[in-house]
Unconditional design. Structure first.
Length: 481
């Protein structure tokens, strides 16, 4: 039996090798194929593709054109399209300004605004941008705002929850996607029992009017508390038992309301009072410009590098969804749309267009969302590998590779065998019955290859398939020329 998944490069010798000897390429193909055919469960499906990015040639393929569910490996497509259409120097901006007696905030769809990990890296609290805004307002003598706090998040479509996310709603990783974000559009509730035997809690960000908690939690030494979020209303139910402090996380159903209340709370604490209501309304005109009477007081910026790192290393879903919608927004702007707004549908079309323009065969590719949370996503191992191969050759692609997880480092590959440190950079994907890995390997001789390996339809946990992916990568590192 031959190995049709391998493309042999070069010429075979005129005289056949002795029967006991094997060509290295054929031996490698057999070894890789054995990993993908002898799976722990008969229902499991596997696919893989390995490409030499210097030439674009396929080195190994196994069911490489079979559509599969990619889970979070789907983020690779969004990251690549964003670097192509927005560029590695793109900056996400959120504007604070005054217009008459109103204070306004114009959202730029920045998922990094108040993101806990990015703030921690800077030694800041998640509401540090609000503290800075209060300082800037006071510098201008604006300690009392007579009008309203106007929140403009119309950079994105009004739809904030994807229609296919129903099984995951209420979990932090399925937070609503909005043009104004704070704390990953979640609340972190710290729960503890007091000396008097009562249960107390506090939230981050502090937003007393936007965070309504119905507590059924009891004080007790055994058990633990649970936080249940209503995906459609800003209501939370606390249950179970609490003793020492425990931090819980859940998505807020109305992140713009959370943003406004948290901002108002910080401003008042810092000595800036708001007389009017907090409202959601347009500030920008339909062409995206501000009215001439509007004055910008401060601009909060998050660079593309920070957003890409949160997607590639930490697989943060909200970041990927905002990036997808930004790609859609840019496509709308280039098309001259009268009211350009980023959305899931125009974002998916723009991502697929970017892949097609750069030589990726997009037949059978279906992108439903940016994070890979949707079970409607479909891609092939060849499409993932071809996208990474394109990025390896592109002058804009270095940031994608730098943003991926590595064994032993912080991120989704932290637990991968440390003997592959400095040898593998990849994006993981894991959901029930799905395990995907796509990225780059560096061989012992220093050559770079791109790969994708996907498993679908297996029962139980993913540990056996994670182990196969590790062996697959180790074999590439050791055996590829």
């Amino acid at each position: 039996m031959g190995w049709p998944g391998l493309l042999l490069i070069g010429f075979l010798p005129a005289v056949a090798a002795p029967a006991e000897e094997k060509l290295p390429e054929a031996s490698l193909a057999a070894q890789l194929e054995s990993m993908l055919t002898k799976l722990p469960h008969p229902s499991a499906q596997a696919a893989a593709c390995v490409i030499d990015p210097r030439t674009g040639k396929v080195i190994f393929e196994f069911r490489a054109d079979q559509p599969m569910l990619p889970a979070s490996a789907n983020k690779v497509f969004v990251m690549a399209a964003a670097l192509e259409d927005l560029g590695p120097d793109f900056v996400f901006e959120t504007l604070l300004g005054v217009n008459g007696g109103d204070l306004f905030v114009v959202g730029g769809g920045d998922p990094g605004f108040g993101d806990p990990r990015l703030c921690e890296a800077r030694g800041e609290d998640v509401t540090a941008p609000f503290v800075e805004w209060a300082r800037r307002l006071k510098e201008r003598g604006l300690t009392s705002i007579p009008g309203r706090l106007v929140l403009d998040d119309f950079v994105f479509e009004d739809r904030s929850l994807h229609a296919t996310w129903t099984p995951d709603l209420g979990h932090w990783y399925a937070a609503p996607v909005t043009g104004l974000c704070i704390n990953d559009n979640c609340i972190n509730l710290t729960v503890w029992s007091t000396d008097g035997g009562a249960v107390a809690w506090s939230s981050v960000p502090a937003a007393p009017h936007a965070v309504q908690v119905i507590s059924q939690c009891l004080a007790g030494a055994k058990g633990s508390p649970s936080l249940h979020a209503d995906p459609y209303k800003p209501m939370f139910r606390l249950s179970g038992t609490a003793s020492s402090k425990v931090s819980l996380e859940a998505p807020h159903a109305q992140p713009v309301v959370l943003f406004g209340d948290a901002l108002r709370t910080v401003l008042e604490r810092e000595g800036v009072t708001l007389k009017g209501e907090v409202v959601r309304a347009r500030v920008r005109r339909l062409d995206g410009s501000l009215p001439p009477e509007a004055q910008v007081i401060a601009v909060h910026r998050t660079p593309m590098r920070g957003v890409m790192g949160r997607i590639g290393r930490n697989s943060q879903n909200l970041f990927a969804e905002c990036l997808l919608k930004h790609v859609g927004l840019r496509a709308q702007q280039r098309a001259g749309a009268a009211d350009a707004r980023g959305g899931w549908e125009n974002g998916a079309r723009a991502v697929i267009d970017a892949l097609r323009r750069n030589g990726v065969d997009v037949a059978s590719l279906n992108i439903a969302d940016g994070s890979g949370l949707s079970r409607a996503n479909r891609c092939t191992a060849r499409q993932l590998a071809a996208t990474l191969s394109w990025m390896q050759r592109s002058p804009r692609g270095a940031l994608l590779r730098e943003s991926l997880s590595e064994p032993g480092e912080d991120g989704s590959l932290k637990s991968m065998s440390k003997d592959l440190a400095d040898r593998v950079q990849a994006k993981t994907g894991t959901m029930n019955g799905i395990r995907a890995l796509a990225g780059y390997v560096k061989t012992q001789s220093g050559s770079d290859y791109v790969f994708a390996i996907l498993f679908n339809d297996y029962p139980g946990g993913s540990a056996p398939y994670k182990e196969i992916q590790t062996r697959f990568c180790r074999t590439l590192v050791e055996r590829l020329p």
